[in-house]
Design a protein around this ligand. Sequence first.
Ligand code: S3P
Length: 441
Amino acid sequence: MSNNNVQFVAQPGGRVNGTIRVPGDKSVSHRSIIFGSIAEGTTRVEGFLDGDDSLATLQAFRDMGVEIEGPDQGRVTIHGVGLHGLKQPSGPLYLGNSGTSMRLLSGLLSAQPFPVTLTGDSSLSKRPMNRVAKPLGEMGAVIATAEGGRPPLELSSDSKLRGFDYQMPIASAQVKSCLLLAGLYAEGTTRVTEPAPTRDHTERMLTGFGYAVESEPTPSGKQISLSGGGTLKAIDIQVPSDISSATFFLVAAAITPGSELTLEQVGINPTRIGVINILKLMGADLCLKNEGLAGGEPVADIEIRYAPLHGIDIPVDQVPLAIDEFPALFIAAACSEGTTRLSGAEELRVKESDRIQVMADGLDALGVVNEVMEDGIVIQGGPIRGGTVDSHGDHRIAMSFAIAALQSIGEILIDDCANVATSFPNFVELANQVGMNVTAR
Ligand code: S3P
């Protein structure tokens, strides 16, 4: 079946109630496979996201000779081969829809003594890779991209990496992680400075695997440094539930009178909680309970109940901390009293789709007044009509319009939804379990 053939049909109305646990964090799942594979010893993972993106990373390491058992109900066992034990794959590594896999692997594989080519699906093939290819080139990597810095990426075996100091021009955890992975193999010290805080799962997990990483605050974000030549020691990892997946249900409860929902053991890493901060600023009634730690990451149950939302100017410092949550937050804005303004979010244009334009087109189709900016959008709260929207194969856009139906006047049809399986394979099941009416056909 082609990806274009899965359509969601979301019936208007309903409310959301109950207690659910959303699947494992995608960013942490990718990193558990990467670090487990290059560690010495056996890494056992629980709560692994059994989604197409993290499975693409898992398959890539199997293709490079790493023995990996599972996933079996979220359990994965990785028999690490050490930093120098990866083998040349028999062909290109296909990474599907997953930008994280391509950008993180480009750093790690630039440093291997074999050539390798990284490819992806039509969406990934349009995404910018110079943001990693250029700094890796400065470290001494030999990389070829297709025209315009797009995939495929051809990584040569002739690279000799040197540590360097890099000021990232964009706030990107993928770029930071890519360079730190290359830095594991580089001669000397690699220092990466963020222009604003970005998710720090790589630094946390490297530390968990016993690798020395230094993190110094700077006026804008942090400078992270590590030196090449160490080793990683296998550990056990408990993957928290993904706050990016929890977001669809947080917004669903926030916009729907009569809703009261608990999301269990969600990752609340401070570099990921922009959605909580933004929803609270909009008036959401939300609190954290049972705070604890899972695999070096803070977790909590999130309780949310309906309260009327109002439009806000989204603080620019929250943008990198909520970067994957904006499609759902745009639905919250549509259901708010007044105007919501987002700026400083040009990165949304180079995600799995152009999330500013694709969301604006969908909002237009449902009669929600909005104005597109180069780096953001202005959304006027008001009634949501029924209609048909195109997700452009973007998982988060498909799920966002599905929750919009809770407040729509008519049925919402969403095209091109197969990629929901990249991050949230049981979304439709959980949506129906809490009281929504969504079918996939
Ligand atoms: C990710 C980083 C973010 C995010 C992506 C996952 C990661 O991308 O959008 O879904 O796991 O490092 P950028 O670093 O490009 O902002």
